[in-house]
Unconditional design. Structure first.
Length: 345
């Protein structure tokens, strides 16, 4: 097997420049992949350790006062506590949503500690600075989907006012992340679509959400730092807008989007990190290793040609399901081995 000349970091960053990688990049959300390779490590200011959401049965509160819970049914992923929303009427948000106080920070010291805490090796892994605010999802966490979606349609100006209030709080943190963490990319997350369509119209997206994304992205754009954007669901309607605020990589790029059309239209202008649709076989938990590995090869063969693609996939299931762990190990190994010399065959 030919020996690569590029580190996982440099190979991944080629996607942000529209260049052909040396081998298929693998995105792992900062967790070790096969052979312990990590293309990107997610870093960011750990300012709110006492109140930040963490997986715990008793729940935790975020900095805005939303209670999050986790249990086995959620696979220990935190969600806003059902039927315990803190905002009923968006016109009264001033009475409920208060500005959190930022602690005094020695940014150089904190940045050093945060990068050490995640085990960032800058020679091997890109530093991906995360923006801790998910604007649309945060208001949904305040109000729930029904009230939140009604609010954006009935009171768009007030909805935008609340969004910008939260962005005002976060902008110093975003700026400090860019200034002190020596980031290679900035990571923005906000899920704005269902499996079938966006939650809101393109017009509302462009008049309300896009301006706040532009604000959050500006410190990175001013420095020429590319963005990676996490947006689940069928959100391809927003790709032109994502390019406007500096997005170079989109994950998880799920298959309910027309990814063939996306690659044809955008080429390497925006890379898709994903394109894998995990469907457990009917025989579960009896699984065929070769069939699983073939799905990985099929995904790479479908989207990797001519670049603009990073492999990003995992099998989802119960936290303690040993079959899930086994399948993920096969997938990780196959992605690494099959993609390693993909562009030099």
């Amino acid at each position: 097997m030919p020996k690569s000349k590029l580190s996982p970091k440099e190979n991944y960053l080629r996607l942000t420049r529209g260049e052909l990688p040396e081998y298929v990049p693998i995105y792992t959300m900062g967790f070790p992949g096969y052979n312990d390779e990590v293309a990107c490590k997610i870093v960011g200011p750990s300012l709110f350790d006492e109140t930040h959401i963490t997986p715990a049965p008793t729940g935790r509160y975020d900095i805005w006062g939303v209670k999050y819970i986790a249990n086995q049914e959620t696979n220990f992923a935190c969600i806003p506590e059902p039927n315990n929303f803190i905002l009923d009427d968006i016109t009264k948000w001033h009475e409920v949503i208060k500005k959190p106080e930022l602690p005094d920070v020695d940014w150089e010291k904190l940045a050093k500690a945060d990068c050490e805490r995640v085990g960032l090796d800058r020679a091997k892994s890109a530093a991906m600075g995360v923006i801790g605010l998910m604007p649309f999802q945060q208001i949904i966490a305040f109000m729930g989907f029904s009230n939140g979606l009604m609010a954006i349609y009935e009171e768009p100006e007030i909805f935008a006012e609340l969004l910008n209030f939260m962005v005002d709080v976060y902008m110093p943190i975003v700026q400090a992340t860019v200034d002190h963490y020596d980031v290679d990319l900035l990571y923005l997350l906000d899920d704005t679509a269902t499996a079938f369509s966006p939650f809101i119209s393109p017009e509302l997206y462009r008049s309300i959400l896009k301006p706040v994304y532009m604000r959050l992205a500006k410190p990175a754009m001013d420095r020429g730092i590319p963005l990676q954007f996490h947006n689940c669901g069928r959100c391809e309607d927003f790709l032109d807008d994502m390019l406007d605020f500096g997005v170079k990589i989109w994950d998880p790029a799920q298959t309910m989007n027309d990814l063939d059309g996306v690659k044809k239209k955008y080429g390497r202008k925006i890379a898709i990190a994903g394109g894998y649709n995990w469907v457990p076989p009917a025989s579960w938990p009896d699984v065929d290793e070769e069939e699983i590995r073939q799905t990985v090869r099929d995904c790479i063969d479908k989207y990797a040609p001519d670049g603009g693609f990073a492999y990003f996939a995992m099998a989802l299931g119960k936290y303690d399901d040993t079959t899930i762990s086994k399948v993920n190990a096969w997938m990780s190994e196959e992605a690494y081995m099959y993609g390693r010399d993909y562009y030099i065959k």
